[in-house]
Design a protein around this ligand. Structure first.
Ligand code: FEO
Length: 170
């Protein structure tokens, strides 16, 4: 069954949203690097790579379904935050927004009885649970350590141990 035009458009919009997420986290990584906070920069660099992988998951899926990928302009992200806490506050907010977008896509798939899309989108539904939980956990720890430089340093170094593992999507 060919993918519908409506679903094709929605996936193209989501490709753009995932690349925007990649831009946003790369901007955070660059500022963290400017602040000489290597662990923080490294964490956001991994997050950036994950977002590119999410975008490519949608690109590959749309092509597999015979749809046409149309890349759109990527909006400029914010480029400055006062500190690591502010970065993770925005990360939490942004991931909640991405979850709502994924849920809308999943709802569209159900509405169209596109069960292949439903199956495919399940991966993203689960991924968003993890994305939101991880960001919330880190934000909680950073808030706790905000006025204790030693604890903050420990946390930021720990963030630097995260490595990128290419996700198997779908
Ligand atoms: Fe692509 Fe962070 O969700």
């Amino acid at each position: 069954m060919a993918i519908s035009k409506k679903m094709e458009q929605a996936i193209n919009d989501q490709i753009n949203a995932e690349f925007y997420s990649a831009y946003l986290y790369l901007a955070m990584a660059c500022q963290a690097d400017d602040m000489q906070l290597k662990g923080l920069a490294s964490w956001f660099n991994v997050q950036y790579q994950e977002e590119v992988a999410h975008a490519m998951g949608f690109v590959n899926y749309l092509q597999e379904r015979g749809g046409r990928v149309v890349l759109q302009a990527i909006e400029q992200p914010r480029v400055e935050w006062p500190d690591a806490v502010a970065m993770f506050e925005q990360t939490c907010e942004h991931e909640a927004y991405v979850t709502s977008r994924i849920n809308d896509l999943a709802a569209l798939a159900v509405e169209e009885k596109d069960f292949a899309a439903t199956q495919f989108l399940n991966w993203y539904v689960k991924e968003q649970v993890e994305e939101e939980a991880t960001a919330a956990d880190i934000l909680g720890e950073l808030r706790l350590a905000k006025d204790a430089p030693g604890a903050m340093l420990f946390l930021l170094r720990e963030l630097g141990t995260r490595t990128f593992v290419a996700p198997v999507i779908g």
